[in-house]
Design a protein around this ligand. Sequence first.
Ligand code: FAD
Ligand code: EPU
Length: 338
Amino acid sequence: MDFEKNISLRKLNTFGINVKCKFYCKVQSEKEMVSVINSEEYNNNSHLILSGGSNVLFLKDYEGLIIQNEIKGKQIIEEKSESTILRVGAGENWHQFVLWSIKNGLSGLENMALIPGNVGSSPMQNIGAYGVEVKDFIVSVEGVNLDTKEAFILKNSECNFEYRDSIFKHELKEKVMITHVNFELSKSPINNTKYGAIKEEIRSLGLPVSTESICKAVINIRTRKLPNPEVIGNIGSFFKNPVISTSEFLKTQKQYSEIVGYKVSETETKVAAGWLIDQCGWKGYRKGDAGVHKNQALVLVNHGNATGEEIISLSKEIQRSVKNKFEIDIHPEVNIIG
Ligand code: FAD
Ligand code: EPU
């Protein structure tokens, strides 16, 4: 196994934070992973699995081994009358997998087109967009437990999936390497257009509603709304949208009638954190190279040479101001590597 030493991680995280790691390697198969976990570099150092780097914030140099997961492959496991079960390598690019599934007549993932990153990270925070979450299509998650070095397979019900959350962010945080994700996709179109903007975009494109047109609409909307990390460093939404009791929401709404919220259960409402941050006047703010995007207040940006500490310190100021104005706590979505 080849280990590189002292390499820059700047191009390996979409925030573009300029840090280094002590050791770095890529794994392209489960066999290579076994050879890594039997190495001195692995056993004498802390270790972190990295995929597309689109949801991490490094606060300082990583004094351990970074293992980049490049296990590829898409395999049909089972054909059912209405659906197909697929086993997909963690190192497959997410968006390319979505396009491939659509091309192969499978429906379900189209609303999540263009989310950056890899397939293996999709269960981590149960990625979601435009009214759909990946948990609705995951059958099970396979991987290696980094402590016991044993293979595991977790069924969907064992992954504790919630909004932007799963067992991999809690009990199994930094304890596993996901090697494959098994998905069940529909052979007939699902056509989920409950997110209003999709319907409008499809109408303006003059297309009928289909798996393909939903995918196209999502790509268009996302390209307009979200900054491209190739142009400006970011990790998408920095904070999660807070879920508060509907009674608290209604109280706040009396004072701020424009507040944006969506009912998520009988008693709870999800509030648009972007609106809260925007109302506190942060949109377009810049301090050094750390800033808040000019069109989307939920997205923190690196204008060039911001450090992780500068980004985190800005995020804390934002959290405090939202708390002071609205009495609402907002929490980071990003994985902070300190
Ligand atoms: P990484 O950033 O490499 O890793 C994320 C975390 O998972 C880290 O803690 C890492 O240690 C761990 N990890 C990664 N791979 C493995 C593995 N194989 N085994 C074990 N642990 C692993 N997210 C959404 O949900 N919805 C969106 O709409 C969305 N839009 C975005 C838009 C932009 C412009 C950007 C930059 C990001 C956006 N994101 C969105 C966030 C991000 O794309 C997702 O969280 C994505 O799943 C991260 O994938 P990644 O491969 O880059 O993971
Ligand atoms: N808003 C403002 N000002 C802003 C930003 C947003 O007023 O600066 C308002 C918008 O006008 C809208 C509301 O806030 O009324 C919600 O905004 P938007 O529809 O853009 O969605 P979001 O809550 O900002 C969430 C996800 C995104 C996902 C989109 C589409 C979270 C934390 N973010 O964003 O996911 O792509 O919905 O489904 O749930 C990510 O997780 O990284 C991510 C980009």
